[in-house]
Write a protein that binds this ligand. Structure first.
Ligand SMILES: [Ca+2]
Ligand SMILES: [Ca+2]
Length: 296
């Protein structure tokens, strides 16, 4: 049915490069579930529990648990969405005024939009549906529901006789007021990375060198996991640098080549943790290191 992250000049000039980045991860979502009585469905799939969830991308998932391990070919589900939370507008169905509704079965879903007295059927949409182990799962993106941030909803199972005649239905909930579902926006988490500094002393040609930076999460939780990406180069030549996560900090570890003497070492550090990341680099500031290698 689916249509649907320097080393040295001759006098030893060094540089410091800092990178910091912002990261967004999912926040708490407005998951919701309720139960429906059993034995109230006649020959229709008997709905026992319903849940609604959404993800940061606005994908709404309805799961409808029934008493039928396999869905009868002549059974289907309706999901009604009152997106303006006004029972007086939209398709009137058991006390809900639906601006959108979905017809779904074991193979897919079709989206319908109600405008005044006209129902538009969207042959293609984000709506999908499937049935497994007695549970119907319906998904649709909010973009197909007028970008609604909340809605009241009603789900219903239907059993017909194969000729389109409805034999029995089970509604959940059984009547108004219908549950109001709010899509909670993802809470933006940001990571701030302090200016990286040498863990011990200045870089020396031919010796290991480690820079470390304090990492702070905007949600107050300790930074304990993530990915540290390091880029380093001596003069114009790239230098291998390994990223490490330490509680509350990130490190870049490298071995300064002997050939680095008198050259400039510079690098950047990027840190991310579960979620998408964006990084910005600060222009390196220079400091004197009258010796061999420079400072990060
Ligand atoms: Ca029921
Ligand atoms: Ca309405």
């Amino acid at each position: 049915m689916s249509n649907r992250s320097r080393l040295i000049g001759p006098r030893g000039v060094s540089a410091l490069a800092v990178a910091f980045l912002l990261i967004a991860v999912p926040g708490a979502l407005a998951d919701q579930s309720f139960t429906d009585p059993t034995g109230d469905a006649g020959s229709a799939p008997d709905i026992g529990a319903v849940s609604a969830t959404n993800d940061p991308a606005g994908n709404i998932t309805l799961t409808i648990a029934t008493n039928e391990p396999q869905l009868d070919p002549n059974a289907a589900f309706f999901a009604y969405f009152d997106t303006d939370s006004n029972g007086a507008t939209g398709l009137q169905e058991a006390g809900i005024g639906a601006e959108y509704f979905l017809l779904a079965d074991a193979t897919g879903a079709i989206l319908a939009e109600v405008q005044g007295n006209v129902i538009f059927v969207h042959l293609t949409s984000t709506a999908t549906a499937g049935y497994s182990a007695g549970t119907e799962t319906i998904r649709v993106n909010r973009s197909d529901l007028g970008d609604a941030s909340s809605f009241r909803f009603l789900v219903e199972s239907d059993q017909d006789d194969g000729n389109g005649n409805t034999l029995a239905t089970d509604k959940a909930s059984d009547g108004p007021p219908y549950p109001e579902y709010s899509l909670t926006q993802a809470v933006a988490l940001t990571l701030s990375v302090a200016r990286p500094a040498p863990l011990k002393g200045k870089p020396v040609a031919g010796k290991p060198f480690v820079v470390a930076a304090t990492v702070t999460r905007s949600d107050g939780a300790a930074f304990t996991s993530g990915v540290v990406s390091c880029k380093a180069r001596v003069g114009t030549k790239s230098l291998r640098a390994a990223g490490l996560v330490r509680p509350g900090s990130a490190r870049c570890s490298m071995r300064v080549p002997k050939s680095a003497k008198g050259k400039l070492l510079r690098g950047t550090m990027s840190v991310s943790t579960s979620g998408a990341a964006a990084a910005n680099e600060r222009t390196p500031s220079a400091s004197r290191n009258g010796g061999v290698a420079g400072v990060w």
